[in-house]
Ligand binder design. Structure first.
Ligand code: ATP
Length: 295
């Protein structure tokens, strides 16, 4: 009995570790919160990202047929530009990001990258062309270095350090007694929301994708942290086709285009100044947030 007990206990430990790892993997897709529901077509091709122009063409989508979420959504992210999506909670912003990452296929219309319908390319090639900076980044119970290299395991130490500088994390790491060897995650050093998001930005820089999805944190950050994230995201979004799911308006003032969603429909689009001048839904949203910031 004793002999049996020990290995079982050990197996229990292994089982818990494996489960923890799987949970971590699941939560990596925090933006997505779901496992993919799609399969590769038998003749699926490798995505050939060129300049990485993204298009949503008359996209309709619902998680269930009875409840449409996106309705006839069309917009384009020209190669290398940044489009920010804003709208009330539940308007469908994160759903757009899930469709671009192809966690679901649209019910109507299509999503394309450089003219290639996402349904016709392999998921592996699609996901290697896109980096996601989620709202809440999962850190593995391992060193900070391991967590950063997760973006590209074969990255050299120099490449990691460069990404860390661009992500405005170098100052933070310098003041840790164990530096890159610091244990983080649930059983190690707890990072603040802003620090975790900068780890995700460094990972994205290492992955060096043509397309970036940035899911801005809803929780408020202190203004120093917010400035650091904005500066970091500017580094990673430069030259990349970027979709920003915006929750605060500070990030989108500089976007090349702002798409305003209301109950799954695009009701306005344009640059910040144009939308303010139009004095419509965006202008109202802007005034509301300005008041909240002052309050
Ligand atoms: P927020 O600003 O609160 O993050 P959002 O604009 O990103 O909101 P989405 O997450 O895209 O909104 O959700 C749009 C709608 O779809 C919501 O009404 C939500 O309840 C519903 N929804 C989201 N995910 C699922 C899901 N996996 N299954 C069913 N319904 C879902």
């Amino acid at each position: 009995v004793v002999q049996l007990f020990i290995p079982l206990n050990f197996l229990g430990f292994v089982y818990r570790e494996i489960r923890r790892a799987l949970t971590d993997m699941g939560r990596m897709f925090g933006l997505l919160d779901v496992q993919p529901k799609v399969r590769d077509q038998a003749q699926a091709k490798t995505l050939r990202p060129g300049s990485a122009q993204v298009r949503f063409e008359h996209v309709g989508f619902g998680y269930s047929p009875q409840r449409p979420i996106l309705k006839d959504v069309s917009f384009e992210i020209p190669a290398g530009q940044t489009v920010a999506v804003v709208g009330a909670s539940g308007a469908g912003k994160s759903t757009l990001a899930r469709l671009l990452f192809r966690f679901y296929d649209p019910g109507q219309g299509r999503v394309t990258i450089d003219g290639q319908d996402l349904r016709e390319v392999t998921q592996q090639s699609l996901r290697s062309a896109i980096a996601v900076v989620p709202q809440d980044t999962v850190l593995f119970n391992d060193t900070l270095l391991y967590n950063l290299q997760y973006g590209r395991p074969e990255a050299t130490r120099e490449e990691v350090e460069q990404a860390v500088r661009l992500a405005h994390l170098d100052g933070f790491i310098r003041q840790l007694p164990d530096g890159y060897a610091t244990l983080v995650g649930e059983r190690g050093l707890k990072l603040s929301g802003g620090e975790k998001q900068r780890v995700a930005i460094a990972r994205a820089l290492l992955k060096n994708p043509a397309i970036l999805i940035f899911d801005e944190a809803t929780s408020s950050l202190d203004s120093a942290s917010e400035r650091a994230i904005l500066a970091a995201i500017e580094e990673v979004a430069a030259q990349r086709t970027t979709l920003v799911i915006a929750h605060r308006l500070s990030t989108i003032v500089h976007a090349d285009q702002i798409v305003v969603l209301e109950q799954g429909r695009v009701i306005e689009r344009g640059r910040h100044d144009d939308l303010l001048a139009a004095n419509g839904a965006y202008a109202a949203l802007w005034r509301l947030q300005q008041r909240q910031q002052l309050a």
